[in-house]
Design a protein around this ligand. Structure first.
Ligand code: SAH
Length: 245
């Protein structure tokens, strides 16, 4: 019996953004371990399969990571095909890397399957091109939340000139804005805040670096949301392009 765990990205929410490979893994699964950012609608691809919810939202009811590791190992050692389904992409702030290493160290075969990460999906849903010739030469994905509370070098990011896509930033807007402003980013730098990207409840709030905290508060921005910070987040990207021409 060959033990195998698929670490699969379920995409940002819209079930149509699931990859064909994710669908195949779900078809093959004997057991599916699902995170709470995954839209349960994707489970239509594995009717009758055992599904275990192992949500891990910060501050909420959560399943310890060690328990999830052991659960995957136990099923894999029983020869079951295990699908660990995660929101977005498994390796973008999704612990896919850690889980793959842990399982492989114990002799379990692991296959990673990409999902569309929330940052890319959110931007696209709002017609924001994350890179744009003459405007943005790159994109940087960062998380505002870390396990050890260590801080990112926001000043360096301010100087980097790439579009910033910030995950888990809703509770840290004030700090993010202050540090980027200190790092020399313009106060009027466009910001888009996108909640529930690609889901029917999606909402977007356009703002600027200096105003983003106040605007988010007035808008009652809630997690899950991503922030896109950069010239490409302007409502009228055409104007940005013309100005840079
Ligand atoms: N692996 C996931 C990210 C998990 S971290 C991915 O690749 O997308 C959780 C954070 O992702 C949330 O706090 C939020 O910042 C972001 N996120 C996940 N789904 C989202 C969605 N549908 N809309 C907006 N942000 C989302």
């Amino acid at each position: 019996m060959s033990a195998k765990v698929w670490l699969v990205g379920a995409g940002p929410g819209d079930p149509e953004l699931l990859t064909l490979k994710a669908v195949r893994a779900l078809h093959e699964a004997d057991v599916v371990l699902i995170d709470d950012l995954v839209n349960p609608a994707v489970l239509e691809h594995c009717p009758g399969t055992r599904v275990i919810t192992v949500g891990k939202r910060g501050g909420c009811r959560s399943t310890p990571q060690a328990f999830i590791h052991r659960l995957m190992l136990r099923y894999a050692r029983q020869g079951k095909c295990v699908v660990r389904l995660k929101g977005g992409d498994p390796c973008i702030f999704g612990r896919g890397g850690e889980e793959a290493i842990w399982l492989r160290e114990r002799g379990v075969a692991v296959e990673l399957v990409n999902g569309i990460t929330a940052g890319l999906a959110g931007a696209t849903q709002c017609d924001i091109p994350l890179t744009l010739r003459g405007v943005s030469r790159g994109v940087t994905l960062v998380t505002a939340h870390t396990q050890d509370d260590s801080s990112l070098n926001w000043r360096a990011l301010a100087e980097g000139g790439t579009t910033l896509v910030v995950y888990m930033g809703v509770a840290k807007l004030e700090e993010i804005a202050a540090q980027l402003l200190e790092g020399g980013m313009a106060a009027d730098m466009p910001v888009a805040m996108i909640e529930n990207a690609s889901l029917p409840l999606q909402r977007e709030c356009r703002s600027s670096l200096a105003r983003m905290q106040a605007d988010a508060q007035a808008f009652a921005l809630k997690s899950p949301a991503i922030l896109v910070i950069g010239a490409v987040a302007a409502t009228a990207v055409e104007a940005v392009l013309q100005a840079s021409a």
